[in-house]
Design a protein around this ligand. Sequence first.
Ligand code: SIN
Ligand code: NI
Length: 265
Amino acid sequence: MILPQIGEEDVHFFQENGYLQIHHFFSPDEVAELGAALDQTVADKRSRIRGSDSTVSDDYARVFNQMVNLWEDYPVVRKYTFDPRLAEVVRRVSRCRHVRLYHDHALIKPPGQHSKETNWHQDAPYWPMQQVGALSAWIAVDDVTVENGCMQFIPGSHTYGRLAPVPLGTEGASVLKTIAETGVTMEIEPAVMAMEAGGVTFHHGCLFHHATPNRTDRPRRALAIIYIPDYITYDGRWDAGGAKDLEAGKPFTGPQHPILAEDSV
Ligand code: SIN
Ligand code: NI
């Protein structure tokens, strides 16, 4: 495996800021292959959560078409979800011995006037984990700009810890309001994650993040993969990854949560 070119300064940047952006992580051929696979999932009308009739509100659907655990059904998506280079970056920036898969999900922001912003939120409140520290890789499958809904991050906001979950698609709901209500005043200078298709951002589960509505005439496609560092245990709540046989207080194990990168020493 060709190891990703990330150094100690990148690890430090992630720890300080809660995110890392790597342009041109995947080649144009790779991203075209992944894009075709995502288009197939849409053509197949793949359910949001495999084997479940879980539906979402119209407002949520205007934020994105979200499909979880595509790797189980689509070998091409599996190749990217299990990509050892991605997982190794995650392992290094989170300074742990190994990382497991939580789940992947396509996040396809629909185009046009009805497209909605991805409300400012943190991811960690939605995940059934006792500790914080899980993180995501977000692969741009299209070129992303503010116009079609690229991600925006508040550097350093992961240090505020895990706050209440924000209902995505609900007008006005925002983690920025939640934090203001606690009396904390913070600088709101978003880092805008515009990049070409094939670029990847990594973000900590407590980082405040957001995406503008997609005002173009084409969907904005992304594949995000969520990883669990070795020190994290299951908290007993419902698991969007659909995993069975997890025990509260114990690590995530079993075939749905394989180790994707491991320290070799
Ligand atoms: C988005 O793709 O618009 C948001 C992704 C995320 O919330 O992690
Ligand atoms: Ni998120």
